[in-house]
Design a protein around this ligand. Sequence first.
Ligand code: FES
Length: 286
Amino acid sequence: MTNNYTYVITRKEKLADKIYLMDIKAPRVASHCLPGQFIILKIDEKGERIPLTICDYDREEGTVTIVFQALGSSTKRMAKHQVGEAFRDFTGPLGKPSELMGMSKEELSKKKVLFVAGGVGAAPVYPQVKWMKENGYDVDCIIGARSKELIILEEPIRQYAKNLYITTDDGTYGMKGNVNDCIKELIQNQGLHYDIVVAIGPMIMMKYVCILTKELNIKTIVSMNPIMVDGTGMCGACRLTIGNEVKFACVDGPEFDGHMVDFDEAINRLSMYKTQEGKKLLRDKE
Ligand code: FES
C-alpha cells in the first residue's frame, strides 16, 4: 500500500482486540488542537469520512494520536495500514475544545473533577486528564470495560490521574461491575465529593451515568459521538436535541451538558444510520 498522500503514520500499536492507536504526522493540526476536539480522516479519494477524537498531540513532532476500533469496513481498512504509509485527508481540529479548558484558573481550582471512560472512551479522556495534571489540577478517573482485555490506556492515564479506578463487567480486572457501580462506591460508600463528572464512552453508558449524576446533583459533561459526514455543520447528520434546542455535534460540540441531552433520540438516530436505508441517506449527504 504505497501512495503519495500527506498524512504519514509514524507509530502504530494494537491496544486491544480490534483497537488500534496511530500517530499521524499532521503538523498544522498538531500545532493548535486541544483536548475535546476531533479530526475527520479519509483513507483515499473514495474513502468515507471517519471522525475520530484526538487522543494526544505532540506540537514539536507535529503528530496527532488517534485511537480507533476496527469495526466497520473503513476502520478495518485503516487498521491494515502500517507505519510509513499515509492517509489522504486529516481535517481538523474540528469541534470545540473541552469545556474544562475554557474555565478560568480560579473556577477550575475550586472544582473536583471525576473522569469516567467507557471502553474506547479512554482515548478522548486521556488528553483531558493529562491537560488537567499539567495545569496543576488533580483529578480522579474511572476506566470501565466489559473485561480486562478491553481496558485501554491504563498506564498513560495512571501517570496523570491522582486516583485511577478500574471496573470490569465480568470482574476479570479491578472492581466487578459497571462504571455507575464504581461512581456509587466512591460517592455513597467512600464519601468522596465531585463537582463535575466528565463521562465519555458508548452512548448507552453516558445515558446511565447522566441518570445517576442527575440524582446525585453533579454537573456532567459528555462527549457525543453521532454519525458525522461533513463535520462543518452543513449536512445535519450529527443533529442532536439538547434541552429544547437542535445542536450539531460537529460545530456546537462534541461536548454537551449531559443532563440536557436527549440520549434516546441520539441512540435511535445512530441505529437508523446502520440500516441500508440509513447508509444510503448518508451517501446522499456527501
Ligand atoms: Fe455535523 Fe454534518 S457532521 S452537520
